[in-house]
Design a protein around this ligand. Structure first.
Ligand code: SAM
Length: 277
């Protein structure tokens, strides 16, 4: 089937998965009762927390639009891509530049299954089941090599995934690997849970750690250091709703750019775009 590589173990519907809980929080249908149980903890005990997921998706969409409309980059590696919901990277990029090529990478088998239908007719997009903690393996995967020309600038998308990589698994090393293996002009989009000195952060971190053994809220300094050696573009690493907001729409800025107040939760996810000089 075009656009699809399926390998590895089958879906386990008895244990929650990060990808499926996230899908549930975003209103998707690709989840099981075990995932909804975890999602309901957020809905019930941490009201408003789902704003993190929506703010993140919106910033990702804006970043892909910016990359494809303001640079020559036409190839994307989306690491920890998640379950395709609306406005996936390939849909956004190919809307503006149909020649764009996208490799989605995720270690959740459900992501592959779901991508199957979505990508059936798209020969410029692949879904690779791999672990982002093994960047060598991702880069050398036949589907990656088929679509991505590493002699040309690439956009490496790390949207809401590095906070699922624990400190001892070296999240900075993942970014460094890609930085060292892509040419000048390549871009890096990162979004990440941001720690705040508040009970919400502590509780959300506790739920994720208890359920998945991962989920790390990092400080602004820690997040910036993940992008060491890259030029962080304006406006820097900022709360996701404030990252190059659309002039109109459901973001905390009105049409004339006047800032409204963000919720606690909207402060707890940051986004940034960086460039390899
Ligand atoms: N990038 C999407 C977005 O921003 O909307 C999805 C983010 S979702 C919160 C995190 C995704 O990362 C999940 O689909 C999960 O399966 C994936 N993920 C987490 N750890 C991973 C790993 N070590 N290797 C590959 N994928 C991983």
């Amino acid at each position: 089937m075009a656009g699809m590589t399926v390998e590895g173990p089958s879906i386990d519907s008895t244990r929650p998965s990060i990808a499926r809980v996230y899908d549930y929080l975003l209103g998707g249908k690709d989840n099981y009762a075990v995932d909804r149980e975890v999602g309901d903890v957020f809905f019930r005990d941490l009201p408003g927390s789902v704003a993190i997921a929506f703010a993140n998706r919106a910033a990702l969409t804006r970043a892909i639009t910016q990359i494809v409309t303001t640079t020559d980059v036409r190839q994307f590696i989306d690491l920890g891509s998640g379950l395709p919901t609306a406005d996936n990277v390939h849909q956004v990029a190919q809307r503006h530049a149909p020649e764009s090529r996208i490799v989605y990478v995720d270690n959740d088998p459900q992501v592959l299954v779901h991508g199957c239908a979505l990508l059936e007719q798209n020969d410029r997009t692949r879904v690779v089941r791999a672990d982002v903690r093994d960047p060598d393996g991702v880069r050398a995967h036949p589907d990656t090599l088929e679509l991505i020309d590493f002699d040309r600038p690439v956009a490496v998308v790390l949207s809401a995934v590095l906070h699922h990589v624990n400190d001892e698994e070296d999240p900075a090393g993942i970014v460094r690997h890609w930085r060292d293996h892509v040419p000048s002009g390549s871009h890096f989009f990162v979004s990440h849970f941001r720690s705040g000195d508040n009970p919400e952060t502590a509780e959300a971190e506790r739920v994720l750690q208890q359920t998945f053994g991962r989920g790390r809220w990092r400080t602004d300094e820690e997040i910036a250091s993940l992008l060491d050696g890259l030029e962080i573009l304006d406006p820097g690493i900022v709360p996701a709703p404030l990252w190059r907001p659309d002039p109109v729409g459901s973001n905390p800025w009105s049409a004339d750019g006047a800032q409204r107040e963000l919720s606690v939760w909207q402060h707890l996810i940051v986004a940034g775009l960086a460039r390899k000089a």
